[in-house]
Design a protein around this ligand. Sequence first.
Ligand SMILES: [Zn+2]
Ligand SMILES: [Zn+2]
Length: 267
Amino acid sequence: MGLYFKSLCSSSSGNSIVLWSDKTRIMIDCGFGSMKRCRTAFREHMNNPVDHQAVLLSHVHSDHISYYPLRVLEEMRIPVYVHNGSVALLRDKHFNGNNFTGLNLQTFDKDAFSVGQFIVEPIEVVHHPWYPTFGFVIHYQTAHRQYKVVTITDFCQWQDVVRQLADADFVFIESNHDLELLEIYYNPNSRFHMPNPETARLLCEARRQSIRPFETVMLGHISSQRNRASIALEETRRAFAEMELDLDFPLLAAPLREPSETVIIAE
Ligand SMILES: [Zn+2]
Ligand SMILES: [Zn+2]
């Protein structure tokens, strides 16, 4: 009855995370730069037989999905869930003239849907204005209790997200850039992403609104040039101290290009 999480890669050069139980596995985003890297990820991290598996796309920026991973997903016939407002964008941006007739493309809208043992609630977030973007709240029920997992990267307004994070068991959340490093290495697209202090405030608010601590929180989509894992972690620790809140849960940072440790959410 276990529930597990692993980040496979998490930065502006590629994003993919995996949540699995003994019967169901969901990959969120498949931002591998080549067919080889994508196949390796599936071979090394998606190899246990399960009854149901699917890939969910948060949005269609190239660091989350592109032509080569789509080729692999077509070959493997894995269902790929994309928001119905992003289908045309996905086709225009990533099909490269290929018709992808073998791709098992499924769409979601604002309603929750199920993938095997998981109920997936899409949460629309504010990101780049041309790209509808979603976080996901994923529910998993065992005989004993219900688990709640929240994954949100690529967003820039956190106030509406607080209540989604409250009382989550596991949170994977963007902490994209440090404001001083952004001044040195300016990037106009950073305004569509969460700076460390805003993520820190979001986590403080979410913890304040939760009855119990999170099991674990992992920071992700950390910019390679405009951030460091150590700075992002420290910013959140400092915010909790300043707010006189207990940081009473493990706080981790996803490696940028390598897989993270496996987080055990339920055993
Ligand atoms: Zn991204
Ligand atoms: Zn994006």
